[in-house]
Design a binder for this molecule. Structure first.
Ligand code: NAI
Length: 342
């Protein structure tokens, strides 16, 4: 990048990126990538979440870098564009939170990190499921209290069970292979089946009614919004376990709570939650949780929640930083990010 930014920026000026929702680990991984790649990109690390009230912090920057719970609605994009921002760098795979029509209308390019470590998310899906069904989190707490009883810790074997995977893209494929390795009978549903995956594709209805465990690995789209709702939950075998590491709004949470209360749903493990933007990634331990739906979820013995950490491995953070930098540099030089979604 010696002749920096001939496409649209002053060659003498560095390519400035306002980096929203910064955590310590972001600073470490992105600063490390900048040094390793000798990149001339300059990140302005901001703790604030990107929203209407914080967007002005991007004034003077060519790009913003945003994460999953940053607000990229039309109102925010309009403000960013009016300030001269030209590029939105998502440091995540999902882009359901970006108003892509507004971005196109405003001439804003949007780039993402389509693949960083599908294994990170797939392995977290497995971790959640095994923890939930073998109750290792409860056993650990008991043992630390000097309680060595087994009552209440009864689990079940995954070997030989039917596991339904909804969405067999990059992450879903890894999930399929993990569960095949455990000796499960894996069935899948995807509008774009992968014939090379060696898995039986079935309708969503058949997947729901035949699976002991259902794993959600699809993106959030208009079609998958509340894909798990009162009707689809009613199609499950009684006591089915559901794991969601995709996006919160794929599940209608009040419907899932009703199914947990009736026993129709035997257990729920989630890494994502529809209203997570108000909670996840920050320490609220000294506050009253105002979200009654979320608070109710935390009361079930058969609900396990992690706060959007499925992506959070060393390998994934490093890959996210490298691809985000590559997107920024490609845009700065050629006006075209590597992995554009708008
Ligand atoms: P991908 O784009 O490679 O695969 C998605 C698959 O879902 C595709 O095969 C697609 O055809 C399928 N699909 C689309 N609509 C469907 C429907 N109605 N029913 C069933 N399948 C459907 O995406 P990838 O990388 O596998 O990621 C999947 C999702 O996982 C992302 O969109 C993101 O929302 C979520 N994710 C969550 C993370 C976390 O930390 N919890 C981290 C990374 C991704």
């Amino acid at each position: 990048m010696s002749s920096a930014y001939p496409h649209q920026f002053d060659e003498r000026a560095p390519f400035r990126v306002a980096f929203f929702s910064t955590k310590r680990y972001d600073r470490t991984s992105f600063s490390g990538a900048l040094t390793a790649l000798k990149s001339p990109v300059v990140f302005e690390f901001l703790e604030a979440r990107l929203e209407v009230h914080s967007a002005s912090a991007a004034a003077g920057c060519h790009a913003v870098c945003a994460f999953v719970n940053d607000d990229l609605s039309a109102a925010v994009l309009e403000q960013l564009a009016a300030q001269g921002v030209r590029l939105v760098l998502l440091r995540c795979a999902g882009f359901n939170h970006v108003d892509l029509d507004a971005a196109r209308r405003l001439g804003l390019r949007v780039a993402r990190v389509p693949e960083y470590s599908p294994h990170a998310v797939a392995e977290h899906t497995l971790a959640l499921l095994l923890t939930l069904i073998r109750k290792t989190h409860r056993a650990h707490a008991r043992v630390r209290e000097g309680n060595f009883e087994l009552d209440g810790l009864l689990g079940f074997d995954l070997f030989g069970k039917t596991v339904g995977v909804v969405g067999t893209g990059r992450i879903g494929r890894c999930v399929v292979n993990l569960f095949k390795g455990l000796g499960c009978d894996v069935v899948a549903h995807d509008p774009m089946p992968d014939p090379g995956l060696g898995v039986r594709y079935v309708t969503l209805g058949e997947l729901l009614s035949s699976s002991r465990v259902v794993l959600l690995q699809c993106p959030l789209t208009a079609q998958t919004h509340h894909l798990v709702n009162a009707q689809s939950l009613a199609r499950l075998q009684r006591g089915t376990i559901l794991v969601n590491t995709s996006r919160g709004a794929v599940v209608d949470t009040p419907a899932a709570i009703a199914a947990l209360k009736s026993g129709q749903l035997g257990g729920l493990a989630i890494d994502v939650y529809e209203e997570e933007a108000e909670l996840f990634f920050d320490d609220h331990s000294g506050e009253v949780i105002a979200d009654d739906v979320f608070a109710r979820l935390t009361t079930f013995p058969n609900v396990l929640i992690t706060a959007h950490q499925a992506f959070f491995t060393e390998e994934a953070l490093s890959a996210i930083a490298q691809t985000t930098l590559a997107n920024a540099e490609a845009f700065a030089v050629r006006g075209e990010p590597l992995h554009a979604v708008a």
